[in-house]
Design a protein around this ligand. Sequence first.
Ligand code: SF4
Length: 96
Amino acid sequence: MKLLYLPPPVTEQWDWQLDAACRDADASLFFHPDNERGAAREERTASAKKVCARCPVREKCLQYAVESGERHGVWGGLTEEERTPLRRVRRILHRS
Ligand code: SF4
């Protein structure tokens, strides 16, 4: 007999966001506008990372971003480029 499980309540998956340091921050700090490059991008990213550095749910945030394959923005203190190796490792681990 196959057991069926209901998905967990959504709030349990997202509760961590209630404690996010970026909760009241401008979202544009975490997501780059089109064609942003060079110093402007570095400065915006550094500012976002400063918020993440004091965030009590940073680990959960990064875990969510890697597991869900978030391709844009700063999550858990890492940019999309910095998360790419983590996504690859996760894919390899889940192949077997
Ligand atoms: S780690 Fe950064 S992006 Fe994630 S919830 Fe905290 S402040 Fe927001």
